[in-house]
Design a protein around this ligand. Structure first.
Ligand code: ADP
Length: 327
């Protein structure tokens, strides 16, 4: 995830990706690595003096959400310079036409018209490097990153076809709620759009934000049948509220027995119950920043050792070693 805003994450990041990271790392099936992508964040204008706090805030959010450095590797992208090196090599097998098709590039270059830089354009190549450097097979992301991941797969295939089998093809892994809409109900939840509930919002703020949240484009009167399938509040219930209760909410919304106000009240309770332990852990970590910094240092060391091995294979595959001629 990018360390944007103050570095803290929102409910969309959490329900779309981070919650999956926590269960994957606890499950223990994978050797899981999670990274704060500060080099990616440099593609939009920022103040250098604020970046360390943003990076720290994102890493702290990872740990507060439940990622345990004993169960996974946590690190910061710029601590592993091989990401940038691999990105360069991968750029030589990436078709320009594919980059032009990326919807995120179109959106971001519209959003930041004063700074449409080359990094914004080649962003998905750096993302492919983030993945392939660790020979990752599974990448847990939200829906908006699926297109980038498809391109990572394409880059992987192109590299392997040209230089020999070097990387496995990575597959996306989505949560049941891979796209959380913002409080406006119109665009995806995102810090930069100001339509987000933050992971660290206090209960009263969550209540206020949900009260004002968009539900259904039809202005429902009490007793009108609702349409949970088009309602973002209902989607959030499916992610946060116990399953049996969700079925009841669905039925009561359709029959008109449950109005939007009460439906939001129930969601406020379940959301605050989910956020409480995360916020308590965040407070503990803020009091002991060394726990976060130490985890990032150890994580970077481990990530670099994997990255060093992969890059040796990549350079060899590409013939970038004058001291070891093959023939
Ligand atoms: P943002 O879009 O807020 O800048 P990032 O691009 O850093 O966040 O995304 C970090 C992760 O969170 C990605 O896996 C992305 O797919 C996921 N994500 C971001 N916003 C949402 C959302 N509204 N719904 C679901 N997943 C999301």
């Amino acid at each position: 995830m990018q360390p944007t805003g103050s570095g803290e994450l929102h409910i969309g990041n959490y329900l779309g990706a981070l919650k999956n990271w926590v269960s994957l790392s606890r499950e223990g099936t994978y050797d899981a690595l999670f990274c704060v992508v500060d080099a990616h964040a440099a593609t939009t204008e920022y103040r250098a003096a604020e970046m360390p706090t943003r990076i720290f805030g994102t890493a702290l959010s990872y740990m507060a959400a439940g990622l345990d450095p004993a169960q996974c590797t946590l690190f910061v992208q710029s601590d592993v310079p091989q990401h940038m090196e691999l990105a360069w090599y991968l750029s030589t097998v990436t078709p320009m036409g594919d980059l032009h098709r990326m919807t995120q590039f179109k959106e971001k270059s519209d959003e930041h018209k004063q700074n449409v830089n080359a990094g914004l354009f080649t962003y998905p190549i750096l993302m492919a490097a983030d993945i392939l450097l660790y020979r990752a097979t599974v990448v847990p992301v939200g829906n908006d990153q699926v297109q980038h991941l498809e391109l990572s797969r394409e880059i992987c295939r192109k590299f392997n076809a040209r230089f020999g089998d070097t990387f496995p093809e990575p597959k996306p892994k989505l949560t049941p709620t891979p796209r959380i809409m913002g409080l406006d109900g119109k665009r995806k939840m995102s810090k930069s759009l100001g339509n987000a509930i933050d992971l660290f919002d206090p209960p009263k703020v969550v209540e206020k934000k949900l009260k004002g949240a968009f539900t259904d484009e039809l202005k429902l009167q009490l007793g009108d049948p609702g349409r949970p399938e088009v309602c973002n509040i209902f989607t959030l219930h499916t992610a946060l509220t116990p399953e049996g209760e969700v079925k009841q909410i669905d039925a009561d919304c359709r029959s008109g027995a449950l109005g939007c106000g009460n439906c939001k009240k129930r969601l406020t309770e379940t959301m605050n119950a989910e956020l409480a332990p995360i916020q308590a852990r965040a407070a503990e970590l803020r009091a002991e920043p060394q726990r976060v910094l130490g985890a990032l240092e150890a994580g970077a060391e481990r990530a670099r050792s994997i990255a060093t091995r992969t890059m040796a294979d990549v350079r060899e595959a590409m013939g970038m070693n004058v001291r070891a001629p093959k023939s």
